[in-house]
Design a binder for this molecule. Structure first.
Ligand code: DIR
Ligand code: MN
Ligand code: MN
Ligand code: MN
Length: 297
């Protein structure tokens, strides 16, 4: 299937720290060339326009840059949706994780029921009421499930985008109290690092795949590079010790490719300013190759 690459240099959701350079860093790590080598037809539509935080005021400290983020997500949702309509696979490059609000809106618009597989150190399940930081990149999963500010929840004019029974989180090791409550309330399947250590990534992915494919007609992959261990992915805004290894994350992508269920994907939170020789973007590209079917033999 032909791929459409969409860059979203968003850092309004994370506080300005350089994650706006993520799409550029990932392209510099030879994304397009590697996908072409795998036999894909690749179109890159460039970056969406994202306002610069210095040019705007924080209105609500519990929902920083709400209007600006809502507006970018609306545009992103339309761009993703158009790519799907043209029969293409949308591959979105972040940017902070708030962009998932738009990507998932665009992907869900074309599905009866969308499955969602979310790799992250964090739950991204805060709302304006529970957030400790006011950063919207800590909220996109709650928003996609229908919880949060209406300006975000109503992206592309419908809600919810996904149902709790078709969502899995993998790599989780840092949750806020409100996030734990929402997970319990909704019964979402969360594979913490503890679960991955005990079960192994192979068994985790088998169960995860059964959840995201049950009754669904498409699956979106949302991968926050901070899900990986900071030793392997140091260029992220909010690193947390004890994450997924390079091999575990590759196995997960390889099993997704094998299952052949993905209909859209995004790779977010790459921050080349905090990185070591663009390593994190290179890891992101290697993971993308595995997700698109690269095999050793
Ligand atoms: C924290 C951090 N849970 C928050 N979240 C991050 O601000 O809501 N998500 N870093 O990627
Ligand atoms: Mn994260
Ligand atoms: Mn984040
Ligand atoms: Mn995240």
């Amino acid at each position: 299937k032909p791929i459409t690459v969409i860059g979203v240099p968003m850092d309004l959701g994370a506080g300005r720290r350089g994650v706006d350079m993520g799409p550029s860093a990932i392209r510099y790590a030879m994304l397009k060339e590697k996908l072409v080598q795998l036999g894909f037809e690749v179109e890159d539509v460039g970056n969406l326009h994202v306002p610069t935080p210095e040019a705007y005021q924080v209105v609500d400290p519990k929902l920083k840059y709400l209007e600006e983020i809502a507006s970018v997500c609306e545009t992103l949702g339309k761009t993703v949706s158009e790519a799907v309509e043209r029969g293409r696979f949308p591959l979105v490059l972040g940017g902070d994780h708030s962009i998932a609000i738009g990507t998932i809106a665009g992907a869900a618009k074309h599905r009866e029921r969308l499955g969602l597989i979310w790799f992250d150190a964090h739950g991204d399940l805060n709302t304006g009421e529970t957030t400790p930081s006011g950063n919207i990149h800590g909220m996109p999963l709650a928003v996609s499930l229908g919880y949060g500010h209406p300006a975000l929840v109503n992206c592309l004019g419908f809600t919810p985008k996904v149902l709790p029974e078709n969502v899995v989180l993998i790599g989780i090791r840092d949750l806020d109290e409100g996030e734990r409550n929402l997970i319990r309330q909704l019964g979402i399947r969360v594979f913490t690092m503890h679960d991955i250590d005990r079960m192994g990534m192979g068994a985790v992915m088998e169960e995860a795949l059964s959840i995201v494919t049950r009754g669904t007609d498409g699956v979106h992959l949302s991968l926050d590079l901070d899900g990986l261990d900071p030793k392997d992915a140091p260029g992220v805004g909010t690193p947390v010790e004890g994450g997924l290894t390079y091999r575990e994350s590759h196995l997960a992508m390889e099993m997704l490719a094998e299952a052949n269920v993905l209909t859209s994907a995004e790779f977010v939170e790459v921050n080349p300013i905090l990185d070591n020789g663009n390593r994190t973007a290179k890891v992101a590209v290697a993971l993308i190759e595995s997700a698109f079917g690269k095999q050793v033999l």
